[in-house]
Design a protein around this ligand. Structure first.
Ligand code: ATP
Length: 198
């Protein structure tokens, strides 16, 4: 992959299986976010392809999108909408919904109830991250792609994200996560990729 005519990374070939999390590490600017965006189909690689269930995601886009939940580095919550409205907006998109309500998801993510109806721009960075991550509980998506999900969270928040990941992997979900946080799961395997060396 190239950015601004400079090579970022090359010769990457890897697979992620149910119950596995691919942990991507690397120095700032090494291409972690770029790789996640390629895996989501948001950025085109200079060469190569991404396959989901053995098929190029460009050919199976509609199916792939319902199997994917991406939470980016910038949490992507709409500042003028409340946490509940943000999640309702998300639920209106293309997804297979779980039985969980937006209120239940926010409660599980530890967002104080009094924050549920205020515009997100008035929430702290960690609270906004919790709103963004609450989406994971509203979709049956098997593939979670998470860019720095532990950023801005306090220790309890980080433990909670680890528990969510543990449950997802134990249920045969897959995840790709950029983080330098140490992750270990009883019923899930962590595969590491370091982009620092190109
Ligand atoms: N939209 C873009 N257009 C052109 N170049 C970009 C774009 N996005 C990122 N880059 C460049 O690609 C390189 C990799 O950026 P990327 O955000 O993927 O790195 P990263 O490993 O996620 O960094 P960080 O750890 O700082 O978040 C950087 O040099 C960056 O300037």
């Amino acid at each position: 992959m190239e950015r601004n005519d400079e090579p970022l990374f090359s010769n990457l070939e890897l697979s992620v299986l149910p119950g596995q999390v691919l942990q991507i590490e690397g120095r700032n600017g090494s291409g972690k976010t770029t790789l996640l965006r390629i895996l989501c189909g948001l950025t085109l690689p200079t060469s190569g392809e991404v396959r989901w269930n053995k098929r190029n995601i460009r050919e199976t886009h509609a199916d792939f999108v319902t199997d994917l939940c991406y939470v980016g580095h910038v949490p992507g919550v709409k500042g003028d909408l409340s946490p509940l409205e943000n999640l309702e907006f998300f639920q209106a998109g293309r997804l297979r919904r779980t039985g969980m309500s937006a209120e239940q998801a926010l409660e599980r993510l530890g967002l104080p109830a009094e924050c549920e109806e205020v515009p997100c721009r008035r929430l702290s960075a960690g609270q906004q991250r919790r709103v963004a991550l609450a989406r994971l509980l509203l979709t049956e998506a098997r593939l979670w792609i998470l860019d720095e999900p532990f950023t801005a969270l306090d220790p309890q928040g980080r433990d909670m994200v680890e528990r969510l990941l543990a449950e997802h992997l134990a249920a045969d979900g897959l995840a790709v996560v950029t983080t330098h946080h140490v992750m270990a799961f009883e019923r899930g395997e962590v595969i590491k990729l370091d982009l620092s060396d190109g």
